[in-house]
Write a protein that binds this ligand. Structure first.
Ligand SMILES: Nc1ncnc2c1ncn2[C@@H]1O[C@H](COP(=O)(O)OP(=O)(O)O)[C@@H](O)[C@H]1O
Ligand SMILES: [Mg+2]
Length: 342
């Protein structure tokens, strides 16, 4: 797909755009061009942000956020309500203008029109025209995407099938439950086989079956090579589908990595050990924070690779080690810990 040569522009000048185009996007002609410091190549990451910030008056919604999302990964943007997730998505899609910082999306500056066509977006809050049928909504969005007209029918059918609405395709949206409207929104985000799919709280209105289906759809997107940027406050959602997550709080990424990396750091081991004297307890304390009770000792903050050294040390001091059970901290506990560390 061809792109405009606005590639060398950045759209960062601090002000909200005063005009929008027909599709409601802020116009690209607001703000003065300035050279981007990022190279734009096909191998560029899906998203690369440096020092991205957004202030609303005195409210700092996004606070100098830097992150990279590689192509083909399912990246979870995980944080409590009000953390700044939706604002970041709006910045990345060119729907709001950053107060500071820079970002490239699919190698292009924020707000690049041709790049928007390659991005599927499920907003957090949306409402489709109640009088249109699901198929008509999809066809309308095919048109907005400027897909060739002879592809609309197949695109609509395939989207309906993927989100489990094929049987309801000719029913009006006004008759749909919230969950069905959410599925339709997801279908719209999948039209035209987008390179990057941005989903803002995609399962918020869904029951457990719907949540499961969305996870399957996200896995399918990964298999076909799309990049998925998933905003969620649901730990379980991140746990099930994301290759990497950024934990965001108060507009800042407090931790980024695979879930194994994030959880591994706080891992702990549960021990059943008898015959420990004072030196044994002191030794345990050198390996991590200890808690004893019910005949068990829990050592927290211990790298799994150090467990054999711990056992050796205890045995050398006359301890009788009956059981050693490594435990991964739950995602929820780690999440709360990360948020409270700030
Ligand atoms: N248009 C706006 N005007 C003023 N404040 C806003 C606006 N949009 C978001 N905010 C504020 O920015 C912060 C982050 O909001 P948001 O990005 O919606 O968080 P999240 O999506 O993580 O729940 C909140 O404090 C919110 O009140
Ligand atoms: Mg939000």
């Amino acid at each position: 797909m061809s792109r405009t040569n606005s590639a060398e522009r950045t759209t960062i000048d601090g002000a909200e755009p005063s005009t929008t185009d027909a599709a409601g996007w802020p116009s690209d002609d607001a703000g003065s061009p300035s050279p981007s410091r990022f190279p734009r190549t096909p191998a560029s990451p899906a998203i690369h942000a440096v020092g991205l910030s957004k202030h609303f008056g005195g409210t700092i919604a996004v606070n100098s956020l830097s992150m990279t999302v590689e192509r083909g990964e399912v990246f979870g943007f995980l944080g409590p309500n009000g953390a700044g997730k939706t604002t970041v998505v709006k910045l990345l899609l060119g729907l709001a203008r950053p107060t500071g910082g820079e970002a490239l999306v699919l190698g292009a500056p924020l707000g690049d029109r041709e790049t928007r066509r390659q991005i599927g977006y499920l907003p957090e809050l949306f409402r489709f025209q109640a009088l249109l049928t699901a198929r008509e909504v999809l066809r309308l969005h095919c048109r907005l995407l400027a897909l060739p007209k002879d592809a609309w029918e197949d695109e609509a059918r395939s989207a309906l099938e993927t989100v489990g609405l094929l049987a309801r395709g000719d029913d009006r949206v006004g008759t749909f439950s919230k969950g069905m409207q959410q599925r339709l929104g997801l279908g719209v985000a999948l039209l035209g086989n987008p390179t990057l799919v941005v989903l803002d709280e995609p399962t918020s209105a869904l029951d457990p079956v719907g949540r499961h289906d969305v996870r399957e759809i996200i896995r399918g997107l990964r298999e076909r090579g799309s990049t998925v940027f998933l905003n969620t406050h649901l730990l379980e959602e991140a746990e099930h589908v994301c290759d990497r997550v950024a934990v965001i709080d108060k507009g800042t990424a407090v931790a980024t990595g695979s879930l194994d990396e994030l959880l591994g750091r706080g891992s702990r081991v549960r021990l059943k050990v008898g015959g420990l004297g004072e030196p044994g307890w002191r030794t345990l304390g050198r390996f991590g924070r200890c808690q004893a009770g019910d005949g068990w000792v829990v050592v927290e903050g211990l790298e799994p690779s150090r467990i054999p050294d711990l056992v050796d040390a205890l045995v050398a001091l006359g301890g009788r080690v009956e059981a050693v059970i490594p435990e991964q901290q739950s995602l929820e506990a780690r999440f709360l810990e990360l948020l409270s560390e700030r």
